[in-house]
Design a binder for this molecule. Structure first.
Ligand code: ATP
Length: 365
């Protein structure tokens, strides 16, 4: 296996600057999710790593090797595409064995290896079928089997689950995670789905507009987002953001003053914060007029089965609150919203997180 490094990688398509200067280092054996909205340059970065596109400037390393100018076949990587890209005229066994065949591996060795990976992916009973005789999930497994059949230095996966229905996506998400842990393979996984990124990866790299916004373990991306973009892109519903101003005693949010502990107050003052960020699960609904509660009005109530999402209109903007499954309330009713400011983060005028939530070893609730 090998580490993967992008060094100042720039990519232009004509006048379009897709990657500005990508610096990214994925340690050996780690699973990195490259996460970002459509068009942010994720696939372009992956294609450059695979050798399918050339960077306009910069270098790419796999292990110790500078692979920037190498042909795809010389890079020792395996790629799994969104479309699976199976050969329709070949059987499942031939599809899986193809990367070994083009390397001139003997038939006996090929057969043994195909049997081995087919067993790992539980597709041994499908080896004689053609791709058209398989379900979407089975095709996906064949594509994965073909990728792992020879031990490459790195696996590259481009939205491999996006053609599957929601239930199968959930199953395969767990399967791919287990597979990558078992193989301990360096994996770069492109997705625009933040749940996939958070649940599967050791490290998440969030991209936006051709720039890397933050690279960190999933819990840090969630709890300590580097900026407003990461804070709102990750999390569903997204983090609530409201205008905030400082007073002597605390922070003024939605026309109320929320007391802030002195060191945080000083940090916010020095940083010149202009907004507060609150996760929906760090907010609670309260009786209207309850001391300390921000006064608001119910805008939407969404029962989710296990919980209720309550959208509340406050002065300065709406906030989502995760309430209990037994929450009852009607649109337009007065309601209060409370939160512990230790769980809030604060943004400066450049949109950077100037003061993070208080670190309390993971989630508060
Ligand atoms: P998605 O999730 O939609 O696949 P992405 O983040 O993977 O998005 P890319 O496919 O890397 O985005 O594309 C980034 C930008 O580069 C887009 O604006 C796209 O239109 C443009 N682009 C990609 N490939 C080419 C190409 N060969 N020629 C011109 N423009 C391209």
């Amino acid at each position: 296996m090998g580490s993967v490094v992008f060094k100042n990688v720039v990519k232009n398509f004509g006048a379009l600057n897709v990657l500005r200067s990508l610096d990214l280092a994925v340690p050996d054996h780690k699973f990195l999710a490259l996460l970002g909205p459509s068009g942010c340059g994720k696939t372009t970065a992956l294609r450059i790593l695979a050798g399918l596109d050339m960077p306009t400037a910069g270098k790419v390393f796999i292990g110790e090797r500078d692979v920037t100018r190498l042909q795809p076949r010389d890079r020792d990587i395996a790629m799994v595409f969104q479309s699976y890209a199976l050969y329709p005229q070949m059987t499942v066994a031939e599809n899986i064995g193809y990367p070994l065949w083009i390397r001139g591996t003997s038939e006996a060795e090929r057969k043994a290896k195909i049997g081995e990976v087919a067993a790992i992916l539980e597709i041994g009973h499908l080896l004689d079928r053609r791709p058209r005789q398989l379900s979407g999930g089975q095709r996906q497994r064949v594509a994965l089997a073909r990728a792992i059949v020879r031990d490459p230095a790195a696996f590259l996966m481009d939205e491999p689950l996006s053609n599957l229905d929601a239930r199968l996506r959930l199953t395969m998400r767990g399967e791919i995670k287990r597979l990558c842990q078992r193989l301990s393979a360096t994996t770069i996984y492109v997705t625009h789905d933040q749940v996939e990124a958070l649940t599967m990866a050791d490290l998440v790299a969030v991209m936006h507009g051709g720039d890397l916004q933050q690279m960190a373990p999933p819990i840090d991306i969630y709890d300590r987002p580097a900026n407003r973009f990461v804070a709102t892109f990750v999390g569903n519903p997204p983090m609530n953001i409201l205008p905030a101003a400082l007073s002597e005693q605390g922070v003024m949010v939605a026309a109320s003053i929320v007391p802030l502990e002195q060191t945080r107050l000083t940090a916010c003052r020095l940083a010149g914060i202009v907004e507060i960020g609150l996760r929906p699960e760090d907010c609670s609904v309260a009786q209207p007029g309850e001391p300390g509660a921000l006064p608001g009005e119910i805008y939407v109530v969404e029962p989710m089965g296990n919980e209720t999402l309550v959208n509340v209109r406050l002065e300065g903007g709406n906030v989502s609150v995760r309430a209990g499954r037994d929450f009852r309330g009607a649109v337009g009713e007065s309601i209060g919203v409370t939160f512990d400011p230790a769980n809030a983060c604060f943004f400066n005028s450049a949109g950077l997180t100037a003061v993070h939530r208080v670190n309390n070893n993971g989630r508060v609730k």
